[in-house]
Design a binder for this molecule. Sequence first.
Ligand code: HEC
Length: 180
Amino acid sequence: MSSTRNIAVISVAIVVVFSLTARAYTEEVNTAELVNNPQKAALNWMMNCQGCHGVDAEGSPNGAPPMPGVVGKFLQVDGGREYLARVPGVAISPIPDDELADLLNWMLLRFACDDLPADFKSYGTAEISALRSDVLITQAASERARLLAILSTPDAKREALVKNTNNKTPVQNCGGAHGS
Ligand code: HEC
């Protein structure tokens, strides 16, 4: 009897802690119109991604690569937008398509605001549904390396896009959380 009550109390405590942390995330990020439900996105991050990626997407040794300063840059090259939704951690997560789209948009605003192209368009549900069905089962590392190699090659198109990131739209203001 009392152990059942203890479990109930602990469960409530866990939910409260998650909700409070989710609120802290939400307040830091100006999600504007890009994220429908930032609180749900923050919860999904905690439950499904943070174990490998870290609270602040700092990565883990021999595990997920750090995101800050990197993840937004993938959007600057062809195939990068697709890559972010096709990596196994994203594509085969148990999260439904609409919430997964929201989560990726939230993740980019939170961890990559400084690198987003000014014309960044949020991921949509149908787009995520199509991309995640084309999961990079064995090719994630090689696709990642291919995209990073393009990013490190000076090329006119890429430089134009990179310059573009300095010209942010108000919606990409990170709310001061990243000093921008
Ligand atoms: C089991 C550990 C693990 C989990 C859980 C996980 N990831 Fe990952 N993630 C990785 C690894 C490792 C990579 C590097 C690419 C690869 O080898 O799959 C990666 C790459 C990524 C990338 C591409 C960025 C880059 O630098 O390559 C994104 C975006 C991403 N993950 C988002 C997520 C999201 C969102 C979730 C939760 C829904 C999630 N991941 C869950 C391990 C994980």
